[in-house]
Every structure is written in C-alpha cells, then in structure tokens.
Design a binder for this molecule. Structure first.
Ligand code: DOR
Length: 428
C-alpha cells in the first residue's frame, strides 16, 4: 500500500458543497476530513500543500482515445493515463476505435489489463458493432460481463436505424449505456470542416449541422421507443442542444457531453488551413458555441468530455482536407473549462456527473468524506500557465491551444490513494 498522505490547508468542494478542510488519505481511502484533520495524521504521511487550492473528487473523462492496441505511435494507455492524471483526472473511459477495435472479450481484456497498471482508473468502452462497421452487433453481453458499461462506435455513428434500435434493446436488458457519435455519414461525406460562410470562403468541403442533428433526433426517438439509456457524444450544434432539451423535458434517459474545444473555438480557427483545428464533429459557428455554453449552464448538457484524440505529428501534418480529425484534450480541459465556467459547475460537468454516466460513482466523483475512495484532484484556481506542446506529457503534440495562457490548473492528483501528480509533475 502507498504511503499515507495529507492534503493540508485547502477547501473541499464536492457535490455536497464547499468547506475548509484538510484531507487525510491512507490505504486508498479518505480517513479524515476536517478543519484540523492534518493534526491527527500518521507522522510518516506525505504532506501536500493545498493552501489557496480546492480539493475535489478527481475528474472523470467520458471520452478519451488512448490508441492502444494499434496506435502506440500516437499514445498508449500508460501515456494517455499519465496525461489524464496531469489534467486532474482520476478516471477515463477509453474509446474502442483501436486497431483491432474493442469489439470482443479478448481485446477488452487486453485494454483492461493495460489499464490496471496505469496511474488512473481506465474504464473501457466496447464497440456497438463488429469492427465498428455498422453491420452486425458486437457481443455486448460478453463485454458487459467483463465490466464494460458504455458501448459506442465512436469515430462513426451507427447509420442503420434498425440496428441501433436492436442495440438499444440489448443495452436496456444489460443495464448499459449506448453512446452515439451523431453523424449521418452520407450528409457529412467529404466534409473537412463546418459547412458555412468560412467553408465557402476557404474553399473547403463542409459538413452541415444537419448531419449531426438528424442522428440526434433519430436516436432520441429510438431512446423513447426502447426505454434504453442513450448518451450523445461531443454535441456541437445549437440544434442538437434544443433536441436534447426537449428529450430531457419529456423525461427520456438521455445524457450528453460537449468538448472543451467546441466551447471555445469556432470554424474561424480553420482560416489558416492548419490541420490542428480539424476535428470531428467540426468546429462550428459562434452562435453554436454560445448555445452549447447555455446548455451547460442550464443542465441540458451534462458533461464536458475531452475527446482526447492524439495523432502522431507525421500523421496529422497533412493538407487540411487530408489530415485525420482530432485534438489533444486531457492536459488542457480543466483550464479551458475554467476560462469561462465557475469551479462548481466545471466540477459538476467534469467529475460527479460523468462519473454517474460512466457507472463509476461513487468511487469516482463521490463526496469527499471519511471512508470514500481516495480519487481526488487539487486545483489551484490562481495558477497561470502557458501551453507549450513540447512540454505536454502525451506522446502526440496536436493541441489547438499552443501558446494560450490560462489561469486555473490542476496541481496534485491522488488516484486510488496514491499521489500520482504532485505540483503539476507526474510521479510515475
Ligand atoms: O476528431 C475526432 N477524432 N473525432 C472522433 O470522433 C474520433 C477521433 C479520433 O479517433 O481521432
């Protein structure tokens, strides 16, 4: 077991509220929380300063591409989990679009074994269809028996409505969640960026907002039909937020996420043809960004999820329309969120709500109380830093935030009781 530790002098902030308290951790568990709890800590404990900081349940990412197996030149489970820890995450859901994809028990077992050695908890999402080809259902029952709680063909949406209906029926029976990458492939075909004034000006092929919204609408109808739990990945348009608003008002089991990049960047970022700004779904209009932020503030959007999508430099550095879509996210997400959201709402969207959606609560995202699993982050709201791609821990460099200066950053991360990040440095 790791050395006991004390987070001294901070303010605890969780779903219960905010209070001044030290936190004592031993054997993977929170042993004491209180204004003077540090006094009674074991003398051999590692003391971490939390003065001026907020001690919170660790962040939980619903959407990270860790690339292993098959894409190790871009990221591995270990390097991705280290990036996550630096960003304040204590759990990530690894997406199944690996090579081979996580569409059978053997690959899921392999990724789970890699995750067991990683510095933070790695939950594994399974594919909905064999090979993510959208034709035959993957053995969802076998995967669920291994502990898989989320299924998605992310990178692509399930195009066949009848197959999606069947998948939702199975998901309901198994008590798992289907997460959809909402994109009508025919409508989006060839699109390198958002279809609008900027795509016309730049002469780049566009994908219309309707390519996303038609599938959001279809899948909400299928959630109504089947009664299954549906999670909508990386929503990017004002119209999608409206559809989810109505689905929630109706009481359907629908949740949704947005990414940090869709909350601060618009399609205007593509003006220099820099492939760093190519992502799927594409960066949208200013109006879309505003409505996504409104959706977060009024609870229509449940979570901020990174869609951390590492691509090795030689793979990403291509002409805009040929480059693969995707951006790094794990090490910058919290800082980006804090640039326009208060700490309470940022933590709700990045810790306890995603922990619930992923089926990881209360061991992740749970209140910081005696007896709780010690998965914590310590955030310094006043720390200022500038993103230097060369200094990111990820194996890849494709951040759209190079040179941006942020105020607010993760300082320490405690995962399963172990200090895996101290003063913004990874410990393993
Ligand atoms: O931009 C993206 N990149 N969106 C996705 O849905 C997939 C991801 C990837 O795997 O690179």
């Amino acid at each position: 077991m790791s050395r006991p530790l004390v987070l001294r002098g901070g303010e605890v902030l969780d779903a219960v509220g905010r209070r001044r308290a030290d936190v004592v951790v031993a054997d993977g568990v929170v042993r004491a929380v209180g204004p003077d709890a540090a006094r009674d800590a074991p003398s051999r404990a590692l003391v971490l300063d939390a003065g001026g900081c907020v001690v919170a349940p660790g962040l939980v990412d619903l959407h990270a591409h860790l690339r292993e197996p098959g894409g190790e030149e871009a990221e591995t489970v270990e390097t991705g989990a280290r990036s996550a820890a630096l960003g304040g995450y204590t759990a990530v859901v690894a997406m199944p679009n690996t090579e081979p994809p996580v569409d059978c028990a053997a690959v899921a077992t392999e990724v789970l074994a890699l995750g067991a050695r990683a510095p933070v908890e790695v939950a594994v999402a399974g594919a909905i269809t064999v090979g993510r080809e959208g034709e035959r259902l993957a053995p969802m029952g076998e995967l669920a028996a291994l502990g898989v709680r989320i299924f998605t063909d992310d990178g692509a949406g399930v195009q066949d409505g009848a197959l999606m209906r069947r998948a939702l029926d199975y998901a309901r029976g198994l008590g798992v969640t289907l997460a959809q990458h909402c994109e009508d492939a025919a409508l989006a075909a060839g699109g390198a960026m958002h279809e609008g004034a900027w795509s016309s000006r730049l002469g780049l092929p566009g994908a219309p907002a309707a390519a996303e919204e038609t599938m959001v609408g279809r899948d909400i109808a299928l959630a109504r039909l089947t009664g299954a739990r549906l999670h909508l990945l990386h929503l990017s348009t004002a119209g999608s937020v409206e559809l989810v608003r109505r689905a929630k008002a109706e009481g359907l089991c629908v949740t949704s996420e947005v990414t940090p990049h869709h909350l601060v960047l618009t399609d205007a970022a593509c003006a220099g043809y820099d492939p760093m700004f190519k992502v799927s779904p594409p960066l949208r209009s200013r109006e879309d960004v505003e409505r996504l932020r409104d959706g977060l503030c009024d609870g229509v959007v449940d979570a901020i999820a990174t869609d951390h999508a590492p691509h090795a430099p030689e793979a990403k550095d291509l002409p805009f329309d040929e480059a693969p879509p995707g951006m790094l996210g794990l090490e910058t997400a919290l800082s980006v969120a804090l640039s326009f959201l208060g700490l309470e709402l940022a933590l709700a969207c990045m810790s306890w709500r995603p922990a619930q959606i992923a089926g990881l609560a209360p061991r992740q995202g749970g209140p910081v109380v005696e007896g709780a699993a010690a998965n914590l982050c310590v955030i310094d709201p006043a720390a200022t830093w500038t993103v230097d791609p060369a200094r990111l821990s990820s194996r890849s460099r494709n951040t759209p935030f190079s040179g941006w200066t942020f105020t607010g950053r993760n300082r320490h991360t405690i995962a399963a009781g172990e200090a895996v990040v101290v003063d913004a440095e990874a410990q393993r």
